[in-house]
Design a protein around this ligand. Sequence first.
Ligand code: SF4
Length: 511
Amino acid sequence: MTDSNSFSDSLLNPKEFTITYELVPGQGSGGKRVDGLLEFARQAGEDGRIKALSITDNPGGNPALAPVAIGSEIQQIGIEPLIHFSMKDKNRNQIFSHVYLYQRLGIRSLLVLGGDFPSPGYYGQARPVFDLDTIQALRLMDDLESGRYPAKAKKKELLTGESLFKGCVVSPFKTTESEQVWQYVKLLHKVRAGADFIVSQLGYDLRKFSELITFIRKKSIDLPVLANVFIPSLPVAKFMATGRVPGVLISKKLIQQMEDEQASGNKQARLDRGAAMIAQLKKVGFQGVHLGGNNLNFSDIGYMLDRVADHEKQQGEPAKEGYDFPIRNSWYLYPIHASGTMPQAKRLQPGTIPGSAPVHALSHDLLFTERLVTGRIFAKFCLFCEGKKYRTSLLTWLERFIKRLLFNCRMCGECTLEQAGYLCSQSGCPKRLVNGPCGGSRKGFCEVFPDRLCFWVRVYGRLDRKTGLITLIERTPLPPKNWALQKTSSWINHFRRESCLNSKGKVRAKE
Ligand code: SF4
């Protein structure tokens, strides 16, 4: 990242506290909703306190006006668009073409996220894409910008605009150990893959917010972080409490408080709560806030931002009961809160049974370690079958039979069982992620199938407690799958790539 814009200038300036606001386009190219968003942008541009307006990308897995449409209009208004760049509807070619599109339009701030699973719509549910995960997409953009890919391309000819300013998302609000640890592991990988800034998931637990800042400092991550402050109306808060918004948890205490506020006719209460939260998050160490909400116009946001200044002028801290709503029995990464007063919550960790993983690990080592005689024999056998039609078919059939029986394998041709605790991510995770979970799980259960444990919670349960976490942090994330290998033998593919033997069982000449 080298060039600048009002958003990146503000976010990278340690003296500034950056404010962004999320706009949510719906279905259709115009109408009241679009007019409302543009009016909000106009007023925000005149006011000047909001440095970027983020625009969602098919929110909730539903079709909506493409964010680039609103993005280029608000750019004309003079406010920086922050485009949500989700993986649910794009394959890698679309990712490239969207990067070129944004470059062409001079839009450079992107928030790279996985996105919600598609919802039922036209003739049923759309096919979920998730060709790349967020780590891989950030890596793709970094490879493109640094000239690492395409290898022969001249970077200047491909990328004619300003460099990208890429954000990533993390949830510090997971309630179980496995989900929370995964979120932080993935954050580290996203940062290594080239993220320029971080935005948190929305939540209302102050201790979880401070944990994110503590983690970032402990890991010496030198990137700015925006805290997500969402201001729901009571009906929306109640809807969120039902668990139907992926990855979002809301406590009963907050709902109760909002009901009391409604009963007393206090219409500004949610804005006052938002202001108290923002003031507090500033103290915690966030470089800014990413605001959102429903049924809010710009004067509501203006009022709330004025109230932040009032809170800051006040002596002492506002009563925590007003803005801090932890979820009961949440697991925390750090045993003691920065204030030194809060004990570690009880561990809530479903799916911690290692299962048959040790047996599979042993078989894997025997078959795929070429230092061992068994590994060399197996490599020779697979390479002997390579390229010969009947032998290849027979081996592929054998692999399918064994692995379907043991792992419900989908024959992707690039086996990642070893990296996923000997569970198949292609059949186990509806988004077919290979580098850890999405942010949509809830209390350990899957966003798409709420009656099943999240696949990656099960993987975490199979980790070796002593070395597993270090392995997760240190290992290089898996690259995108090569779809040309679908339904082929991953055994042959593995040895073709990795083996030092050639198909005649002789040691390969060095290339
Ligand atoms: S299994 Fe986990 S990572 Fe996969 S879609 Fe469900 S919640 Fe997301």
